[in-house]
Ligand binder design. Structure first.
Ligand SMILES: [Zn+2]
Length: 81
């Protein structure tokens, strides 16, 4: 179904079960993450590790939400499958 920025569903609480379900439904998710080495690597490749989803940076934004690891999120990214 691909990247659909205009209909992206925003999930900023780090709930990757919800995110995964939305991705399975073919939705694009706008997710909040903390920009650590792993996320930087994913953004460089355009793909998350273990093929969870494709990824593209929307913007850097302080206090964008909570990352899956519980840290304060500082980027918003598009995720899709
Ligand atoms: Zn994290």
């Amino acid at each position: 179904m691909g990247l659909d920025k205009s209909n992206a569903v925003k999930v900023t609480n780090g709930d990757f079960n919800t995110i995964s379900n939305l991705l399975n439904e073919g939705k694009t998710v706008l997710a909040a993450l903390e920009l650590g080495p792993k996320v930087q690597e994913s953004l460089k490749k355009g793909k998350m590790s273990d093929d969870f989803a494709l990824i593209e940076l929307k913007e850097k934004k302080e206090h964008a939400g909570t990352c899956a690891c519980g840290k304060d999120a500082n980027v918003l990214v598009y995720l899709w499958r």
